[in-house]
Design a binder for this molecule. Structure first.
Ligand SMILES: [Zn+2]
Length: 252
């Protein structure tokens, strides 16, 4: 499979001959305010621009939207994507919201959804720990399976939790994409993976390639690529846990 990080959680996934766009977030650099009640209120979102033109990102067979937070599905993406494109949403509520934006071919991800010979298995996660999840809401991930291919697990906006551990145990993916950055509100712990969550994901699947995205794009993400790279190096796992730059392809 070929994976390209675009920016934040936006990725292009080439899997079993099909191209998927994950969590399209196309806003121009600094065109959105900082998230409220978060650190770094002097920094507008997104912190960085897209590494390539939107037109070069949207030529895909399907789009998967893990949840509807604006750093995963935004107005710029709504405007850029062709309305007939196949879109998978995490549940009927999100599917309805996406349809209201004019999309004509929206499908709710079920436990297992078959798309062009590829099994898409919906997983869940925790967008933070404790009370804050009442505010952050429901999130999802997806496992890609094909009889002839290595499997891929995209964990989505989740911290390390029982649901993510169960997905790894059940599906034994060879490639795992986690959302790092350790995003924070002013109160409460991280709502995306901090370094210890990423290390836990590696320990649960030491043979797998763990790819960390959702880095250095938003005002409230507190874990930098450099800091994480230092930790990975110290643990001597920088060959197993990859931290791509925006625009970088990873061939697995
Ligand atoms: Zn996010």
């Amino acid at each position: 499979m070929n994976l390209r990080l675009i920016r934040n959680a936006t990725m292009v996934v080439e899997f079993a001959g099909k191209r998927f766009l994950i969590d399209p977030f196309f806003a121009e650099k600094e065109s959105m305010p900082p998230f409220p009640n978060t650190p770094n209120q002097d920094r507008a979102n997104p912190l960085v621009g897209l590494p390539i033109a939107v037109e070069d990102v949207i030529d895909v067979d399907a789009v998967i939207v893990t949840h509807l937070h604006p750093d995963h599905f935004d107005e710029a993406a709504i405007n850029a994507l062709p309305k007939e494109i196949k879109v998978f949403a995490q549940n009927e509520k999100d599917a309805g919201t996406i349809r209201e934006k004019g999309f004509l071919n929206v499908e709710e991800l079920r436990t297992t959804t078959l798309f062009e010979g590829i099994e898409l298995i919906k997983t869940s996660g925790q967008h933070g720990r404790g009370e804050i999840t009442q505010f952050t809401g429901e999130v999802s991930g997806v496992v890609f399976k094909h009889p002839d291919k290595q499997s891929l697990y995209i964990a989505g906006d989740s911290v390390w939790c029982a649901e993510v551990e169960a997905a790894i145990d059940t599906h034994q993916p060879e490639v795992i994409i986690v959302n790092g950055g350790a995003a924070h509100f002013l109160e409460g712990g991280p709502i995306t993976m901090a370094s210890e969550d990423i290390l836990a994901a590696h320990q649960a699947a030491p043979e797998a390639k763990v790819i960390v995205v959702h880095m250095e794009s938003l005002n409230h993400c507190m874990l930098s690529r450099d800091e994480l790279a230092g930790i990975l190096k110290e643990k001597k796992i920088e060959g197993n846990v990859l931290v791509p730059d925006d625009g970088e392809w990873i061939v697995v």
